[in-house]
Design a protein around this ligand. Structure first.
Ligand code: NAG
Ligand code: NAG
Ligand code: NAG
Length: 153
């Protein structure tokens, strides 16, 4: 009896470890949104808390060096949450205008606080884009740089 119990315990522990491997991407790991077709420069992204927590405002620090001028009051930082199973946006994109101009080829850095976090599904993506010309959905039509990270809850 005792021995069986230990065996079952070890089996369950092993299964839970094996099971957790494909679901390991709990922390942010941002990489350029497109590297092959129509590639785009990446941006460096740090988030707090990491991983995000449903309905808890998120802090983003985004920096990088782009090939486009960043224009104060025009260029936007865009943050989107996507459901990876249903291929839909989870929340209206967050857009914040830069308040300082940065010349192409010069490092920029922007901090935004209180970015709303939706109710997070099992598998989702965060896309962080710098660009211009938001369409009616709030997606940027001119992208200067973009990075994304996958998450699982
Ligand atoms: C950036 O703006 C400067 C003027 O401030 C202009 O000379 C330059 O061509 C612009 N660069 C790009 C990549 O648009
Ligand atoms: C950006 O807009 C604000 C308010 O609309 C204004 O006070 C500020 O001067 C503008 N900055 C630039 C660089 O145009
Ligand atoms: C832009 O905003 C940051 C913080 O959000 C602030 O520290 C900085 O002084 C602002 N710059 C201008 C030109 O308003």
């Amino acid at each position: 009896m005792n021995r069986n119990f230990i065996f079952v315990f070890i089996l369950l522990t092993t299964l839970s470890i094996v099971n957790s491997i494909p679901f390991n991407k709990r922390k942010a790991d941002f990489f350029p949104c497109r590297q092959v077709i129509n590639p785009i420069l990446g941006v460096d992204v740090t988030i707090t808390p990491d991983p995000p927590v449903s309905k808890t405002p998120e802090h983003f620090t985004v920096s990088g060096t782009l090939k486009h001028n960043i224009t104060a009051n025009k260029t936007l930082l865009n943050i989107e949450y996507f459901d990876n199973l249903r291929f839909v946006s989870l929340i209206t994109p967050y857009n914040k205008k830069f308040n300082e101009s940065v010349k192409a080829g010069t490092k920029f850095s922007i901090d935004v606080d209180n970015v709303p976090t939706p109710e997070l599904p099992s598998f989702y993506d965060i896309h962080v884009t710098v660009g211009e010309k938001p369409d009616k959905n709030g997606d940027l039509q001119d992208e200067f740089g973009c990075s994304r990270s996958d998450f699982s809850t």
